[in-house]
Design a protein around this ligand. Structure first.
Ligand code: F1P
Length: 610
């Protein structure tokens, strides 16, 4: 979603800001802008609808000089995507503001500011913030004090950076609900909504906490918590490596990330599984004590991460003998749910910043859970910091908006959790040994499954003119069918639905005809024979089937059924392996359709508003 970059330096910062925005492009946005206090103390603001490239082209002719500036990529919430609604927003050519999140009480604030004589140029909630700070500045002796007195009036979520044209020595930042990280340089300091934006200029970061307001100058950072107390925040040395321009040999980040899965899975397992044992410490300090007490699990997540949770429910109940519920975070957070005794709350999120998931965690903390664990790919993210335990997937930065390697490594984390909990709940030593061995084989099998790319690329031709597609699976492959359908929707814009194959006759069979491709995930498990019957039901009604099947599943290709053989795997881990061909299918269909694979329309990588 929206991205923020800010800088206070001696050197000109325009290029640093634009490069920062470029590194945040993957998050999804529709317009971009910068504001810089130039040498003669005026505000130079440039905004463009569309890509950061359009902004940098506009800036190319005369890069505004100046060492203090803010920049933003906007993902529209209030007001259409347009140059007028793009950030930064300005009050009286004096205050400039960039903002992530939503100011929920923007309407009454707007009315009261209009009554005080402020004129609004945009339809955004953010412009309220610019005028509000200017109003408070009239009765405050510094920008910091003005922001501190303005923020209690705000309802909703914000990560914001504010500069004042009349004082280029500082910027003031505030965080509530939208992440901000301060990057520490030598004689210069920075801020961003994601450390990736600042990696070219620093590796030293301080993560702001909820309610923090900070004043950043070239040589100092002063942070105040929500009570106004001066506080210190720990400095983290980042080891994230990411070159925004580096897709390597690949045409898109998504394809690169699909191909990285064997090594990411290997990295996620490394040093954490030995024989039949998953080291409890992998989940954080105190995990063993907590795991021994767990009798129930509640999983909360959104989108692709929710599908990982759905797979985990099968595993946790089948192997670890622990009851488990899974719910979409935006639903969970707004209803009263029953908390079973000794329940562990698990959140799953690639970004660690998803607003609904974070809100669900915060709500659950008041409800008597034994503790909370997050499965996450971003160290230092809000979910990681606010959860009791964290399992870090080691997928590396995922740039493609549609999640791929983050998903498969989440599943690896959940598989390891199943073993770790199973150990305390009657999972036999022999089975644990087999599971450990199967995990170790997974990277190699994933590599093998990538060998299907050429075959799937050819197959994709048959999908490109379709309007709809149906995905079918049973048991722990049902969520994989859902994930396959989501991927196809996200990047090819083809309408796709997933059904548990047993549900076919309860409705979707009515849709079957030769225009509706039906994709089936068919590993060689206990449900294979049932699934075969479902396949016949579709065939009998003229449907065209594409079956991703275990080499031993004995499906025969013919005019109405195409078999794509997937390597044989311990059926436990089949959901991870079968994800890969479905990712490849949506990728190649999207390529034929010519969509923006890495940044699909209307979607964002980090969904920091609800
Ligand atoms: C959830 C999610 C992703 C999806 C996209 C938008 O995010 O729905 O699954 O691929 O990036 O957000 P998260 O909670 O896993 O970060």
């Amino acid at each position: 979603m929206c991205g923020i970059v800010g800088a206070v330096a001696q050197r000109d910062v325009a290029e640093i800001l634009v490069e920062g925005l470029r590194r945040l492009e993957y998050r999804g946005y529709d317009s971009a802008g910068v504001a810089i206090i130039d040498g003669d103390g005026s505000l130079a603001r440039v905004r463009r609808l569309g890509k950061v490239k359009a902004l940098s082209d506009a800036l190319e002719e005369a890069f505004p000089s100046g060492g203090t500036g803010i920049a933003h990529t906007r993902w529209a919430t209030h007001g259409e995507p347009s140059e007028r609604n793009a950030h930064p927003h300005i009050s009286h050519e004096k205050i400039a503001v960039v903002h992530n999140g939503i100011i929920e009480n923007h309407a009454p604030l707007r009315q009261s500011l209009i009554a005080k004589g402020y004129r609004f140029e945009s339809e955004t909630d953010t412009e309220v913030l610019a005028h509000l700070v200017e109003e408070h500045l009239k009765t405050s002796d510094s920008l910091l004090a003005a922001v501190q007195s303005a923020v209690p009036e705000l309802e909703g979520a914000y990560g914001t950076v504010i500069i004042d044209r009349t004082d280029s020595s500082r910027m003031v930042v505030a965080r509530s609900g939208s992440p901000l990280v301060i990057g520490l340089g030598i004689g210069e300091n920075f801020v961003a909504s994601d450390q990736l934006a600042l990696l070219p200029v620093t590796r030293r970061f301080m993560f702001l906490e909820e309610g923090d307001v900070a004043e950043i100058t070239r040589k100092s950072v002063r942070i105040f918590d929500k009570t106004g107390e001066s506080v210190e925040r720990e400095i983290h040395e980042s080891n994230v490596s990411y070159d925004a321009g580096d897709k390597g040999q690949y045409r898109h980040f998504m394809l690169k990330e699909i191909h990285e899965q064997p090594s990411c899975v290997y990295g996620t397992l490394e040093g954490r599984v030995s024989g039949d044992r998953v080291l409890d410490e992998t989940f954080g300090n105190g995990a063993a004590d907590l795991f021994k007490q767990v009798q129930h699990i509640q999983i909360v997540a959104c989108g692709t991460s929710y599908h990982a949770g759905m797979v985990a429910r099968y595993w946790l109940e089948d192997f670890a003998n622990i009851s488990c519920n899974v719910e979409i975070a935006s639903e969970f957070r707004y209803r009263k749910s029953f908390v079973h005794p000794n329940s562990l709350l698990i959140t799953i999120s690639q970004s660690g910043e998803t607003a609904d998931t974070l809100a669900a965690l915060r709500m659950a903390k008041q409800q008597g859970y034994l503790g909370s664990l997050t499965i996450c790919n971003v160290a230092g993210s809000s979910l990681v910091r606010e959860s009791d335990l964290a399992f870090m997937t080691r997928a590396g930065a995922e740039i493609g908006v549609a999640s791929t390697k983050a998903f498969t490594t989440q599943l690896v984390g959940l598989a390891m959790l199943t073993m770790a909990l199973g150990k305390y709940n009657g999972l036999s030593g022999t089975r644990l040994q087999q599971m450990g061995a199967a995990l170790q084989q997974l990277p190699g099998l994933l590599e093998e499954s990538l060998g299907l790319a050429e075959q799937i690329e050819a197959l994709a031709e048959e999908f490109a003119d379709k309007q709809h597609a149906l995905f079918l699976g049973r048991g722990d492959q049902y969520p994989i069918a859902m994930e396959g359908a989501l991927k196809l929707k996200e990047i090819s814009y083809i309408h796709a639905e997933a059904y548990a194959a047993g549900e076919l006759k309860h409705g979707p069979l009515a849709l079957i005809d030769a225009e509706m491709p039906i994709i089936v995930v068919a590993p060689n498990n206990d449900l294979l024979e049932k699934l075969k019957s479902n396949v016949e039901e579709v065939r009998a009604r003229g449907g065209i089937l594409y079956v991703f099947a275990d080499t031993n599943a004995q499906f025969q290709s013919d005019d109405t059924l195409r078999v794509i053989n997937v390597p044989h795997i311990d059926h436990w881990l089949a959901p991870i392996l079968y994800t890969v061909p479905l990712q490849l299918l949506s990728y190649y269909v999207a390529i034929i359709k010519g969509t923006d694979v890495d940044q699909p329309r209307n979607l964002a990588k980090s969904v920091t508003v609800e």
